[in-house]
Design a protein around this ligand. Structure first.
Ligand code: CP3
Length: 361
């Protein structure tokens, strides 16, 4: 596989000798004001697109889709072709990491992910990062193909789940409203839980570095369940492991921006931004616009339209989109949803949203 020069976007930073203009998404992450904010949507490749459903039906299992580079490439490109978003995101899932560690993972139609739960130190000791690299190769191959098809103008985002969120699926055997299984393991056997977080830090860091070497130009760390933690646990389970991943990735590739998305944690934004070292802050729907605006003094922000408002469309959506734009743009800001796009979302609402955002500036 051809290796691209990592962190090469630095060479095209407007403040560097080459003086080239960055694509708007990377420009916003490099803290340059953008007259028109860049836009992409979390889960932009997915079931709301008829062309995705077609490929998905042919793929067999969801993991087969993730691990077949031709198909993963096709579904990554679909929303770019249809809507011209300012960034593409690699089609994969945060749960490929536990899968690569040897845990049984499957995605059941209409039920979400199911994993063979890891509930104690003995089960944990069976997991190993030894063969993980080989399994990630298929994702890297997809990245290589996607980057070749995108050309230089649309940057590709790589990602992983934050250790706390991934651990909550690994210990619980799937999603849960209160992450009870992971919390109970953390409270009853802190050493075993710490060992799990450490394994995830190690594996996720090398996975992200591998994605950069394959060609992604920005990263996002999804901490979808960060919002359920008490402040001391937020420090130990969300901030510390995320900070360690950021340190490791930055040590290898300092020029690649990292967006942290600690969903449901706006009360801890200051601390998260200061202590993890992420370059930009992904904000969920409940994050107040005033807070997002004040965070922009420190770093670029991304978010936070309610996915249900995009589904509903109409005047309510338009009013809120204008409120977001007038509060957060033109300071460094990436327009996005506060969580993933919903499968029932009408395509014309997505078109309308992009039209509204692109009308700015
Ligand atoms: O954003 C993108 O377009 C890139 C692909 C992507 C997927 N999942 C594809 C996917 C990304 C970035 C994710 C992240 C992810 N996966 C998160 C973090 C963000 C969040 O939503 O909180 C989490 C928690 C997961 C775990 C996961 N994967 C769940 C809970 C589910 C089931 C829910 C659902 O929507 O079905 C998945 C499956 C999944 N991952 C689908 C897609 C397109 C749908 C499966 C299908 O098409 O059959």
């Amino acid at each position: 596989m051809k290796k691209r020069s990592p962190g090469s976007e630095n060479a095209s930073h407007p403040n560097t000798p080459s003086g080239q203009i960055l694509p708007p998404f990377l420009g916003a992450l490099a803290v340059n004001a953008q007259s028109t904010p860049p836009i992409w949507l979390m889960r932009q490749a997915g079931r709301y697109l008829p062309e995705y459903r077609e490929v998905r039906a042919k793929a067999g299992s969801f993991l087969d889709l993730c691990y077949t580079p031709e198909m993963a490439t096709e579904v990554t490109l679909q929303p770019i072709r249809r809507f011209g978003f300012d960034a593409a995101i690699v089609f994969s899932d945060i749960l490929v990491v536990p899968h690569a560690l040897g845990q049984h993972v499957e995605f059941l139609e209409g039920e979400g992910p199911k994993l063979q739960p890891v509930t104690n130190a003995k089960e944990l000791s069976k997991l190993s990062g030894k063969d993980a690299g080989k399994r990630f190769d298929l994702v890297y191959e997809a990245i290589d193909r996607i980057v070749a098809s995108l050309g230089g103008q649309t940057p590709l985002i790589g990602f992983c789940g934050a250790p706390w969120t991934v651990a909550s699926y690994m210990v619980g055997g799937g999603g849960s409203p209160d992450q009870r299984a992971a919390k109970l393991l953390a409270y009853r056997d802190p050493q075993a839980f710490k060992a799990l977080l450490d394994l995830l830090v190690e594996t996720s860091s090398s996975y992200l570095i591998g994605q950069i070497r394959a060609g992604v130009r920005a990263l996002q760390i999804f901490d979808s369940w960060a919002g359920s933690l008490a402040d001391n646990d937020f420090a130990s389970f969300t901030i510390e492991p995320t900070a360690e991943i950021v340190r490791r990735v930055k040590a290898a590739h300092p020029g690649v921006p990292i967006i942290g998305f600690p969903r449901g944690s706006s009360a801890s934004f200051e601390r998260y931004a200061a202590e993890t070292g992420v370059d930009a802050l992904g904000c969920d729907t409940a994050a107040p616009l005033d807070l997002m605006s004040s965070m922009q003094a420190r770093l670029p922000v991304q978010g936070n339209l309610d996915p249900l408002l995009l589904l509903a469309g109409g005047d309510a959506m338009e009013r809120r989109v204008q409120a977001i734009l007038s509060r957060l743009s033109p300071k460094p800001f990436v327009f996005n949803l506060g969580h993933g796009i919903l499968p029932e979302t009408p395509l014309e609402n997505v078109e309308r949203l992009i039209h509204l955002v692109r009308a700015v500036g």
